[in-house]
Unconditional design. Structure first.
Lengths: 219, 223, 219, 223
């Protein structure tokens, strides 16, 4: 979706602000928002792609005004309601009003190291041979889906070159919307600065994105 | 117009919940506390697991991991070659694996090419080697400008590269995570891996910094 | 600039909300913000293009969170400071701390009807013949200026057709930044929905923009 | 990277003023009041002129002007032709001229084509014929979606057109202002211009509505 999360190439945000001490968390609630989001993710009630979509679906003004873990917390609120695990009335009340659903998995403290070490690899057996090889010229498609996509606006309708192949990976545009993993070949596509940004762009610049095969046409 | 351009129903539903649910004015602190306690009451999460998750990234996983990877790549040509060929496997030999590092790619700075990593769409970052990202990495100024004006961003970090050094920006739009291997500083012959790792700043592994030269202040050593 | 003002094609703002009574102004201060902005504009201390740029230069989060006349008011604050007519200290103090500068014009109540009737026509004598004729195929350029532009992001690098010619008009990209009027031929350029939005776009849709000649190349 | 991609100095300066000047928390009401009084004290603006500007658009200039233009175009083929050929001049013959209407273009709805006007970049709108725009016209939902999902927007206004009717969206990116001339409703033969103008809603001249049919409720007459 063309939401506020799609920030590449925007102006007006000012300089990058670095904090003197760079705390990982700025308040106890940020710590909890982080931990509870990971713990709920481990229940398998939704995909990582769905959780990204929940965050980017915040109204743009809210997204841009919120701090990072505020976005996570509000995204998690949406996810638990959408999944039917918590009622909006319960969020409003600030407490559980009904017994919980039965989840397939609940993460225990003991299971944390193994769960983190396992992670969530997204590479899958490819169903077909890759359409493109390293060095091929490709053009990204012009798409504007209302749902989740990982093709940023700045890189649509642009011509680049396949720089890397990564095998087949889970396709977020489907997986975020209960469309299954629908794996596709994934490539790193490299564009020149002038191709992306036009006149005045740094001629030494290249920018690459990781792009699924259905984002690409032969150029 | 097709459904492609409509807001999908689940989003609309969530909006409704926000309208009819609690007030937007409720402080986020209270909202997060309430959310956790609801999820605990319902048996979905265990507070001890949340504690363990937090503790992992506050105390055990951080940029020292990546610094050790880089130091080894500087010292050991075979490891460097392995890192270039399959970074996930090479890094796993050092014990750094798992979440947000499942598919690693290492990119090597040279006098001709400087690499810079960003995630314009969210905050993708190689946790097993760098820990959790700093706030600026997740912020709108960095995400918006790194792909269009990387030299301007680098200048704000105090990094001014020759115009002949090409900039290679990697926007992490998939589950591939990029680790920048900075150039080995001059005057580091004979240092062991631990001493070399001391020179590898976090920013140098994102591309917003360079490795430190021996003898320079270590004050920014964790960056 | 690629600021928050460039809204065409974004998702996530929800349905269009119509007010029951549609007040022109929602509070007395909105009335004053409107009137004082027009009255200051009439002094000729800046161009209309500069005032648009002052508004779009608000940080994106602030722009999207602000109500309409709040954006005008904050834009006017920037303009008077940039023009050296009011000091930042005076805005902070909420009152004038020094005598005002001498302005070439001050709008009187009596002069209002004539000033509004005159407006601010932007058509100028063309310095050269137009490069394009109605029906010509053109491609918009890929530009990403940090300054003011009237070429929206969604219409860059797109191929369309000249639908109308409007003679030569003041060029906002220059005029907003003290670059003079630098008039150029102005055209209405029509694009198809699929050209702009890609697959799934309404095939009956056309969208046109008004585009200055330097935005366009022959296609 | 060239200066093109940098924030220009004047913006940076204004940001500074905001940081060091008054607080962002000061209510906008107080800010506007202070701003006006500073400008008055300095002799830049006269309160009576501000009053006159407000009064003009609150009481004298509104969509009735445009409705009369449309009604005449319905009734008078010569005027319609003049409006199509040079809308600015044709509209000026009725006395509607000036600010935000300096360069007018009229577009005519037919069964084959429906026109819709938007300003995605700000809030351009033909003041002399329609007055000041309603809040929704200036809002992010309308500006973002009118160019990509106009049928979805129209549906929210209760306007559902046959799929065979093409949608023509006009994004007002310059000083050209567009006036939609809606289709003349059935059953209006013999009505005079004033009665016809009663049927021309404001929304029908933006393209988010249709002209009313005689006998339907006039409750939405000013829209």
């Amino acid at each position: 979706m063309n939401g506020a999360q799609d920030l590449g190439g925007m102006h007006g945000f000012g300089p990058v602000v670095r904090e003197a001490d760079e705390p990982l968390f700025h308040a106890p609630w940020e710590r909890r928002a982080f931990g509870v989001t990971l713990a709920m993710g481990a229940t398998g009630s939704w995909t990582l792609d769905a959780s990204r979509h929940a965050r980017e679906s915040l109204p743009p003004a809210e997204y841009l005004c919120a701090s990072y873990y505020e976005i996570w917390a509000k995204g998690l609120e949406r996810l638990v309601v959408q999944a039917g695990l918590v009622g909006a009335d319960e969020l409003a009340a600030g407490r559980s009003l009904r017994p919980g659903a039965r989840l397939a998995r609940v993460l225990s403290a003991e299971a944390v190291p193994a769960a983190l070490a396992r992670g969530g690899p997204t590479e899958r057996e490819p169903a077909a041979a890759p359409r493109f090889a390293v060095g091929d010229r490709v053009r990204t498609r012009v798409i504007n889906p209302a749902g989740h996509t990982r093709l940023p606006r700045y890189a649509r309708g642009k011509t680049g070159e396949i720089a890397l192949r990564h095998g087949a990976h889970v396709f977020p545009d489907a997986n975020a919307h209960r469309g299954g993993e629908a794996p596709q070949h994934l490539y790193t596509v490299r564009f020149t600065g002038p191709e992306l940004w036009g006149e005045g762009a740094d001629p030494t610049l290249t920018v690459s994105i990781d792009a699924w095969e259905s984002y690409l046409d032969a150029a | 117009m097709t459904a492609l351009h409509q807001d999908e129903p689940e989003t609309a539903h969530a909006d409704e919940h926000d309208d009819h649910g609690h007030s937007h004015l409720e402080p986020i602190e209270a909202r997060v506390k309430a959310l956790e306690s609801i999820l605990v009451e319902k048996g979905y999460v265990e507070p001890a697991a949340i504690d363990a998750l937090i503790e992992t990234y506050e105390t055990r996983v951080g940029p020292r991991n990546g610094a050790r990877v880089v130091a080894r790549a500087w010292e050991d040509p075979e490891f460097r070659a392995a890192l270039a060929a399959d970074a996930t496997a090479a890094i796993a030999t050092m014990g750094f694996v798992g979440r947000q590092g499942e598919h690693m790619v290492a990119v090597f700075n040279t006098p001709e090419e400087h690499h810079l990593v960003v995630c314009t769409l969210c905050s993708c970052y190689p946790w097993p080697v760098l820990g959790l990202p700093p706030t600026w990495y997740k912020s709108a100024p960095y995400r918006s400008r790194a792909v269009m004006d990387p030299r301007g961003v680098l200048a704000e970090f105090g990094v001014v590269l020759p115009e002949t050094t090409a900039i290679r920006v990697w926007d992490s739009t998939a589950e591939v995570r990029y680790l920048v291997v900075p150039m080995r500083p001059e005057g580091t012959e004979g240092l062991d891996e631990e001493r070399l790792a001391d020179l590898v700043t976090r920013d140098s592994m994102i591309g917003t910094g360079l490795a430190r030269t021996p003898g320079t202040a270590a004050g920014e050593g964790t960056r």
